[in-house]
Every structure is written in C-alpha cells, then in structure tokens.
Design a protein around this ligand. Structure first.
Ligand code: AHR
Length: 494
C-alpha cells in the first residue's frame, strides 16, 4: 500500500471500438423506476414534457444515454404490448406481480417509451415477451413499431405516430432460466430460435436480436445457447449483479457499511472480468469471428433496499462505493471490447444502482451518474491497450490490485485515461509510459468524497461530485498521476 504503480499505454496499437452502447441504461416497470421517476403524467404539477419530467430528462440528455432497455426485466415476459397503446383511460390496469404487487396503469406504453427516447436522444432496446407471450404477439409488436405500411402501421398512425420507429435492439425474452419461464437451456435455445424467426425488420432496416443469456457463471447456458441458437441472433446477454455479503438474497446495507463491506463489494465487482473472460471463451469456440456480441444487459450493485421503502421496489441509496463499482466495470468492459459491444446498468432511475433518485418533485444525481458523465469520451472511442502494475489493496480476506484503469483514443483524437484507486486509505502515484504518443499537457477531473459511504441527498446534492483535478503532470515524457485514496480520476491528454 502506498507503493507506486506503473502502467504502459500502447497508443500506437489501437484496439477495438468501445461501443457507445456499453453505456445503455435499463428502465423497467419496477418500483418508481418509470412511474414517478421518469413519468409523472401530462397533468402533473412537476414540470414535464408530454408526461416525462423535465429535470430527469435533461440530466439524462446531459449524459448522452445512447440506448434505453425497456420494459423489463422480469416485467417483459408478462408484458402485453396491446395493453399499452390507445386511449390511456381505456388501458387495462394490471397487477405488477413481480415488483411489489402494485397496480400497473399501462400509462407508459410503446408510444410513451418512444417519446422518452426522442426527448433523451436515445435508441430503443425492446425486451420482448417469450415467457407468456406468443411468437405472433411478438411479431405484431415489431410490425406495429417498425412497419412503414399495413394495418398495424395504420393503427400506429391512428394512435398518433405515422412514421415507423427504429428498433435498434430487440431482446428475445429475459432471464428465460428464471422469471422468463424457468426454462432449461436446451428448451430456451429452441424457443429463442423460434421466436427470433418472427422478429423481422422491414426491408432496408436492421434489428439486432439479443438472446437471453446466462446468470452469472452458468457456462452451460452460454454453451447451449451458442451451439443451438448462436446462428439465429446477433447478441447473447449476461446478467451479473454485484452482491456483497454472501450473495443472494441481497443483505448488505447500501449506506451503513465499513471497510470490510467496501472491500467485499469492490472485489465482487471485479469478478465481472473473470465471468466475461470465461463466457467469451465459450463464445469464441462457436463464433471465432466474434459476430455474436455479448450484451451484459444487467449489471450493477444490488443491496438490501432502503429502510422504509416499499417491498419489491429495489430502491437503494448510492454512495462513493457505487461510483467505484461503475468505474471498475467500465474499465473491464474496455478490456473485453472486442466481444462486449453492449451493456446496460440496472437501472436508470430509483431502482438498484441508479443514476438518478427522485422523491416527488425532488431529484438528485448519484455518484454513479457522475462516473458515467466522466466516462462520456469512451463512447465510440478506440480502446488503447493498458497494462497496470499496481500494489495490492487488502482488507480482511479480500485482496485486489489497488488501481483499476482503461485508456481510449476518443473521436476527437485525444487520449483519455480513467484511473480508480480502490484503496480507501492510501493515495497512489501512477507513472504511465506512453508508447506511440507524446503528451504535451494533461487536464482531468476527480470524483472522491470524505467517506467511503459519502452520498448525495436531496438536501445535500453535491457531496459526491466531480471536481477539476490537478494531480497529474507530464514528466520526462511520462504521465505521473497521484490518485487520492478512494477516487475515480479521468484525464485528457493534450
Ligand atoms: O433488475 C431487476 C431484475 O433483475 C430484472 O427484472 C431481472 O431481469 C433481474 O433478475
């Protein structure tokens, strides 16, 4: 600890693209993720545009959210799209059986979702219903959204949208091994082939189909899906949540934790690297050309929900620890950018590792939001190989390299470097050798806070917020960076 770290960035050997879709966000009909968090309705006193709250949408626009995954999650495999179109007053009110047993008004349906995308400037990742839906229902939903002509296109026009929408990604069910139908992998793979057949894009357009993938380390699932259905889809998903304190069910408190909880959680987050490595190796066997991408379309921290919140709403506070979980994952995705072309953090607003928390008309941006903000230059940049030799950070039974990082050449031609110091006690000085590039000057931003569990509240929204960073210098051609303890730093080389 406290020992210097060395790193090399091979700027002359650019790697794969860091696809902007890695910054996809997941918005499910769960708790106040949609209702209250994004949608307040047109008649609300909370300032809104066509029902979506202006404060939240403008924060999301600022983040340049590329894609939004909707409507679930587990909700997707019970969702019937026809219940969410037409006059709102005539839409059926259902029970959200997965999440809290509350009523689902169907006020946000297909048209409203595309309105949200329009306002945010994002593309659609629709999760279809394989669980209790039919291939015909799925096919008709796709046709309703995308067809330029025909009776479903006419119906869409009568409901207020003449032009077809673009569906960039379509999920063929969600968690088919669990809430999506408790299927065995062989059956799920056959169902995927069948349902995917009927997801048809109109001539001249493309919808990328994503098969429901493995839970955590279920390598047999990936093996079977790739063998049986790998040729029928464009992507395969993987779900891995960061769950400290012994896994499922989530027991850890989101805020009241000590250094043991910090180290346990960051160690769990780092496991993403091993999981992607092993799932990718299986995919390589069936798809050496890497035509099928891995979509880590649910990731993030999952703790016990905030005391006093509605059961099943998965509402959790977000601390500096979550900021580190985000940066560690974003660095891992850089390492695997050749296979991981999409990921979706769970979730966007008020649910799990959220970007934004709301309560009534109040809104606060979380530490995770700020990491996504700082990493914006990674969107569609080129990954630069980085090798980091870091001392260990240890606490109790948990040992890990103290420094995580990634480097990219952004679309503006500049090199950006992200470095996180996982050690909550010691600063770390990193000396970076730049192979194939020279740095004249360096600027940066830092996210840190007084305590490991520092967080933003409605009353104190700026406790964890990026600030200008002056701890990096160019010295003898190297970049020398002093990372304060428990910090995320992003640098731009001039
Ligand atoms: O994100 C919450 C839930 O986690 C999703 O609905 C489900 O897909 C996963 O189990």
């Amino acid at each position: 600890n406290g020992q210097p770290t060395t790193a090399t960035i091979e700027a002359g050997k650019p790697g794969p693209v860091y696809h902007k879709e890695v910054f996809t966000q997941f918005a499910e009909h769960l708790g106040t993720g949609i209702y209250g968090g994004l949608w307040v309705g047109k008649n609300s006193k909370i300032p809104n545009t066509n029902g979506f709250r202006n404060d939240v949408v403008s924060a999301l626009r600022e983040l340049q959210v590329p894609v939004i995954r909707w409507p679930g999650g587990c909700f997707a495999d019970e969702y019937h799209w026809r219940e969410g179109i037409g006059a709102p007053a005539k839409r059926p009110v259902k029970v959200n059986t997965h999440w809290g047993g509350v009523t689902e008004p169907n006020a946000v349906g297909t048209h409203e979702f595309f309105e949200l995308l329009r306002q945010v400037g994002a593309e659609a990742y629709i999760a279809g219903n394989v669980g209790d839906g039919t291939p015909r229902e799925m096919a008709e939903w796709v046709e309703y959204m995308t067809a330029p002509a025909g009776s479903l296109a006419d119906e869409r026009a009568r409901n207020g949208h003449k032009e077809p929408w673009k569906v960039a990604y379509f999920g063929v069910g969600n968690e088919l091994w669990g809430c999506g139908g408790n299927m065995r992998p062989e059956f799920a793979a056959d169902e995927t082939r069948r349902y995917a057949t009927f997801v048809k894009a109109p001539a001249g357009t493309k919808i990328l189909k994503v098969a429901s993938g493995a839970n955590v380390d279920d390598y047999n699932w990936t093996e079977t899906m790739m063998r049986v259905a790998g040729g029928n889809v464009d992507g395969l998903s993987l779900h891995y949540y960061t769950l400290p304190e012994g896994g499922w069910p989530p027991k850890a408190d989101p805020v009241n934790f000590d250094e043991h909880g910090w180290a346990d959680t960051l160690n769990e987050a780092r496991r993403m690297d091993e999981l992607i490595t092993k799932h990718s190796a299986i995919m390589d066997k069936y798809d050496p050309e890497k035509k099928v991408f891995l979509a880590v379309d649910e990731w993030g921290s999952w703790y016990a929900q905030d005391p006093g919140t509605h059961p099943g709403f998965l509402r959790q506070q977000n601390t500096l620890r979550d900021a580190l979980i985000a940066s560690i994952n974003l660095d891992i995705f850089a390492k695997h950018a050749d296979r991981v072309r999409m990921t979706a953090i769970a979730q966007m607003v008020n649910v799990l590792q959220a970007m934004i928390l709301t309560d009534g008309n109040k809104m606060v941006l979380t530490p995770t939001y700020w990491v996504f903000d700082m990493y914006k230059p990674w969107q569609d940049a080129t990954v630069l190989p980085i090798e980091i030799k870091s001392p260990w950070y240890s606490k109790d039974q948990f040992t890990m390299p103290a420094v995580s990082g990634s480097a990219v050449k952004a679309k503006d031609g500049k090199i950006h470097v992200g470095l996180s110091n996982l050690d909550p006690n010691q600063p770390n000085t990193v000396t970076i050798k730049l192979d194939g590039a020279t740095a004249g000057a360096v600027t940066g931003k830092i996210l840190t806070a007084p305590a490991i569990n520092s967080h933003n509240t409605f009353d104190a929204p700026g406790v964890v917020k990026p600030e200008a960073f002056s701890g990096a210098v160019v010295q003898g051609g190297n970049l020398v960076v002093t990372l304060p303890a428990k910090s995320v730093v992003v640098l731009e080389l001039q």
